[in-house]
Design a protein around this ligand. Structure first.
Ligand code: AMP
Length: 401
């Protein structure tokens, strides 16, 4: 396992701890509508505060593009943060300069402050050296707990980890350990399920996965492109016919790598893209010219379940069908329940993530039973693509110094 330092490696008592979290929460009419990201930051904030560290929270919020925009002030997150954390939060009107120095100087051991949106400064996204220095001035150490922002080489996610001793917070640690055990050094056989709308958004990801996993199961709209590339009829289904060549390249790459690429063998088809549209189950060889494939069929589900029962590790991104429209959620739900059961029985390590996947697993009521569900979106996908995430690389480098 690649090394990075954690909170187990530092005595935070009395130290000014610059803690990068992701407070970029969805808001409506000045109220936080989903506090999941705040809740994920809690264990690290509480641990540092309880150990007598002075917690100084850094985060971006929205896309103010280097300007002060009132609607994107982190001040509006303070009430929810205080409520969830059950602690008083001091707020600094800026993330660098005198405003911060005053708040930080007044902070006692075990207290928590939140600094204003890092993206109010152009230096944040540019990772500008003087801005990094200005941020670092307010801390003795840096703790990174925002995996969801780690794919950006910004001052508060990457630059600062080169200026101060840097550690992974508990959420970051959990994410990295889960991801490393899924692809870096997994227990085999490993299955990846990749579904979702389009091949075009996931070409790199597929290219990386075929070289790493034993079974690559393709579902969702993107499977149609593969079926069409094999000469199967897909009717009016979502399909990127222009990517037939790319699909065939991936099939060939899988064969060379010894990865079994698994496509649907049957499908649930309908003629309208809407919930409860009249539907039928057909073999993928018999999709009618007016049909739309909106989900995988029961034979495909049974096939995936049989393979999954042989696997020790599962990585999942993207639904098997148009899961927002019942009954076209049935394939996704059935495989999700199977993976959850194998996980609970201790037979499978199951890691899932990326936008709609979390929603699909929540809808199937199994997210809690998976070994790890990443809410990190873009960062999770980049990691699946095999990219080095700058915020993670900087943590690793810090542990070498
Ligand atoms: P993605 O963001 O690429 O993971 O795609 C998720 C979206 O793909 C969801 O909104 C699904 O409704 C959609 N999707 C999955 N399968 C199909 C399909 N067979 N036809 C149309 N849309 C689909």
């Amino acid at each position: 396992m690649t090394a990075f330092h954690t909170l187990d490696d530092v005595d935070v008592k009395g130290k000014r701890v610059l803690l990068r979290v992701d407070l970029n929460v969805p808001m409506e009419d000045g109220r936080v509508t989903d506090a999941t990201r705040i809740e994920r930051a809690l264990p690290t904030i509480n641990e540092i505060a309880d150990k007598g560290g002075r917690v100084i929270l850094l985060s971006h919020f929205g896309r103010p593009k280097g300007q002060r925009v009132d609607a994107e002030s982190l001040r509006q997150v303070v009430p929810t943060l205080e409520h969830v954390l059950k602690r008083k939060i001091a707020f600094a009107d800026d993330c660098v300069g005198d405003a911060v120095a005053q708040v930080v100087d007044a902070l006692k051991d075990g207290e928590v402050a939140l600094l204003e949106n890092t993206r109010f400064h152009k230096g944040e996204e540019k990772n500008a050296a003087d801005f990094v220095d200005a941020l670092a001035r307010n801390g003795d150490i840096f703790v990174s707990d925002a995996f969801s922002a780690a794919h950006r080489a910004h001052a508060s996610t990457e630059g600062i980890a080169h200026r101060l001793p840097a550690y992974a917070g508990r959420a970051m640690q959990a994410e990295l350990e889960a991801l490393q055990s899924a692809l870096a050094n997994p227990q085999r056989p490993v299955m990846a399920i990749v579904g979702g709308a389009k091949v075009s958004t996931k070409l790199e990801l597929l290219g990386n996965l075929v070289a790493k996993v034993d079974y690559l199961v393709i579902g969702g709209g993107m499977a149609n492109t593969f079926l069409a590339a094999q000469g199967k009829p897909v009717g009016k289904s979502l399909c990127e016919h222009d990517l037939a060549g790319a699909a065939r390249d991936i099939l060939a790459k899988a064969e060379t790598a010894g990865c079994k690429l698994v496509l649907p063998i049957d499908a649930t088809v309908a003629q309208k893209f809407e919930a409860h549209a009249p539907s039928q189950i057909v073999s993928v060889d018999h999709v009618g010219e007016n049909d739309m494939i909106l989900d995988v069929g029961p034979k495909s589900v049974a096939h995936v379940e049989t393979l999954l029962a042989k696997c020790k590790t599962l990585v999942w991104n993207g639904p098997f069908g148009a899961f927002e429209l019942p009954p076209f959620n049935e394939g996704t739900n059935a495989v999700a329940r199977c993976a959850a059961r194998l996980t609970v029985e201790g037979k499978l390590l199951s890691i899932a993530g990326g936008g709609d996947t979390v929603a699909a697993l929540n809808q199937a009521h199994v997210a809690q039973e998976f070994s790890y569900v990443s809410t990190a979106g873009g960062a999770f996908l980049e990691w699946l693509e095999g990219k080095t995430l700058p915020g993670v690389a900087a943590l690793m480098q810090s542990s070498q110094r």
